[in-house]
Design a protein around this ligand. Structure first.
Ligand SMILES: N[C@@H](CCC(=O)N[C@@H](CS)C(=O)NCC(=O)O)C(=O)O
Length: 193
């Protein structure tokens, strides 16, 4: 049994997309930051960091976007969200997700110049590729959420990041992405940092 705590528009959107991509059955639990539902004793007992995504697998808690994406890709291999039987490609997916979590995600709080700088790096890494690593993977979902966040709050000047913009459009065309955006926007984005 999978139980998924998420806040509309937050980092948990990546996990939410993956849950839809793999076709998993799950119990969705929206968390309101405005009402501080992520700071209640009940929620902090689940995730002491008070953050989303938080996923429970038969009562065992898994946190962090990269961890939850990796779990879903491995648990539902038919969805093809991880390169199979290719250690180096799999390591590239982990490398992208580490870069996204440790370099891209914190940039927003630093400011606009840093945000441009990290997305310039992402643009360079993506150059000439349709997806981050070979076929579509969890790294693309992770990257998309961060770029979507920027686009949703105005985004870069059109034409600044052609590779990332094309990647964004490909992601926006995916039924799982459209469905999650529909669900989360109906609840109301909270747009945290
Ligand atoms: N390193 C975490 C970051 C998750 C994260 O920052 N979540 C934010 C929303 S985007 C959150 O839950 N913030 C609530 C808070 O800090 O109070 C991951 O990759 O999952």
């Amino acid at each position: 049994m999978l139980t998924f705590w998420f806040a509309p528009g937050a980092s948990s959107m990546a996990t939410h997309i993956a849950l839809h991509e793999v076709g998993a059955q799950f119990d969705a639990r929206p968390v309101s930051f405005a009402r501080k539902q992520n700071k209640t004793p009940e929620f902090l007992a689940l995730n002491p960091e008070g953050k989303v995504p938080t996923l429970s697998i038969d009562g065992r808690v898994l946190t962090e976007v990269a961890g939850t994406l990796f779990y879903l890709a491995r648990r539902f291999p038919d969805a093809g969200l991880l390169p199979e039987g290719d250690i180096e490609a799999e390591a590239q997916v982990v490398s992208w997700m580490s870069f996204i979590a440790s370099t891209v995600h914190p940039a927003r709080r630093v400011g606009a110049a840093r945000l441009h700088e990290v997305f310039r790096i992402a643009e360079q890494k993506l150059r000439g590729r349709t997806w981050t690593v070979g076929d579509y993977s969890i790294a693309d979902i992770h990257l998309f959420r961060l770029f979507w966040r920027w686009m949703d709050s105005g985004g870069p000047e059109p034409g600044t990041f052609p590779g990332l913009s094309a990647h964004y459009e490909r992601m926006m065309a995916r039924p799982a992405v459209r469905r999650v955006l529909e669900i989360e926007s109906a609840i109301g984005y909270q747009l945290p940092a």
